[in-house]
Ligand binder design. Structure first.
Ligand SMILES: *Cc1c(COP(=O)(O)O)cnc(C)c1O
Length: 389
């Protein structure tokens, strides 16, 4: 059976070049990077090389990149670190309603521990309003955390302008750039960013390795305590193969960025245009232009999203839905809710995310399958019949 993977925002396969770069660090240069003999020095040099490649991808310097176990850890460290490190100045944090759970659940934890959180609204496209941000800033605001690219609907926030506002107020600015990395141009200086989270497995690197960019002008307390690794900022023996893989993936992402964006944008537009042409009552969620090049989030009215996913899976197609099926009840995604999509439409939404290995043939197969599913389920939908008379 044909298999088509359209869930690149959930995770990506490791590229062959990335795996090849990693292998020697399992079986030859496996020394502890803190050891002074050759095997240790080799591992240490490889970490430094990877750190440089990741720094290059976001316009940072090597010392500003600190490896973590994941994007989630980077988000936790940035927000809890900024919060506790500045609690003498204030306890107010501003974020948005559409952040990843790594951010939202961290904020919930902080709210339970004496911090005050403001969740900014977004418009129908998932964009924050800069005036809302300015109005939300108070005497006691210590951190603004707003994601660069949304993982569900792909919307890209005006990060540079947000950074200008936070700089003017002397407030720390963190951004979750996990979905942005390798998919849009990032420059931390140009964008006025203080803290930025990234993850390897979203850019064709291995899972279990991420990084936090910490602007050299700022300080946050350590999150993981122990040895002197990572410039004494994050303890624990380094995940050397993971770091090397992340570095190689970052190098490839930088080399291919323009081509990658062009290819994905082209395929995405083809997919969206064809679906809109072939099926009625379908909408594209998120911003029409300012979006992740590979993100397609669509509402197929009168077709239940989870059912669509099951049927797609039977046909060898992997995608994800706009709802979180929590055991007994269907919950609309917090992001779709925030952009004002009615519950029944949110439950009829599916996210397809394309990547470097996606082909036009793959998309044609998926489009044909979707057309079949939608026709089949609308035929038996009493609501659709009623609407059509
Ligand atoms: C995947 C993702 C994360 C979490 O990264 P992990 O490395 O999987 O922990 C955080 N934020 C966003 C926007 C993501 O897409």
């Amino acid at each position: 059976m044909k298999e088509v993977y359209l869930d690149y925002s959930a995770t990506t396969p490791v590229k062959k070049e990335v795996l090849d770069a990693m292998l020697p660090f399992f079986i030859n240069s496996y020394g502890n990077p803190s050891s002074l003999y050759k095997k240790g020095r080799e591992a240490k040099a490889a970490i430094s090389d990877a750190r440089k490649k990741i720094a290059d991808l976001i316009g940072a310097s090597e010392r500003e990149i600190i490896f973590t176990s994941s994007g989630t850890e980077a988000d936790n460290w940035a927000v809890k670190g900024a919060a506790y490190g500045n609690s003498h100045k204030g306890n107010h944090i501003i974020t948005t309603k559409i952040e990843h759970h790594a951010l939202l659940h961290t904020c919930e934890f902080l709210a339970d521990n004496g911090f005050e959180i403001t969740y900014l609204d977004v418009d129908q496209y998932g964009m924050i309003n800069l005036e809302d941000l300015k109005n939300a800033i108070k005497e006691n605001t210590i951190l603004v955390s707003i994601m660069l690219v949304n993982n569900e609907i792909g919307t890209i926030q005006p990060i540079k302008e947000i950074g200008k506002i936070t700089r003017n107020h002397g407030i720390l600015f963190h951004t979750d750039a996990v979905q942005a990395l390798g998919n849009i141009e990032i420059n931390v200086d140009d964008m006025n960013i203080d803290l930025l989270s990234i993850s390897s497995h979203k850019i064709y690197g291995p899972k279990g390795i991420g990084a936090l960019y910490i602007n050299k002008k700022i300080k946050i307390p350590n999150f993981i305590h122990g040895g002197a690794q990572e410039y004494q900022k994050r303890a624990g023996t380094e995940n050397v193969p993971g770091i090397v893989g992340f570095g190689k993936a970052a190098e490839l992402a930088k080399e291919n960025l323009a081509e990658h964006i062009e290819k994905l944008t082209h395929l995405r537009n083809y997919f969206v245009d064809t679906i809109l042409e072939k099926i009625e009552e379908v909408t594209l969620n998120g911003h029409p232009q300012k979006r992740h090049p590979g993100n397609i989030n669509m509402t197929f009215s009168y077709v239940e999203g989870e059912t669509m996913l099951l049927y797609l899976d039977v046909q060898g197609i992997s995608a994800s839905s706009g709802s979180a099926c929590s055991s007994s009840s269907f919950q609309a995604s917090h992001v779709l809710k925030a952009i004002g999509i009615p519950l029944e439409n949110a439950l009829s939404s599916v996210r397809f995310t394309i990547g470097d290995f996606t082909t036009k043939e793959d998309l044609d197969y998926v489009i044909d399958t979707i057309v079949t599913i939608v026709n089949k389920y609308r035929k038996i939908s009493p609501f659709y019949k009623e609407k059509k008379g």
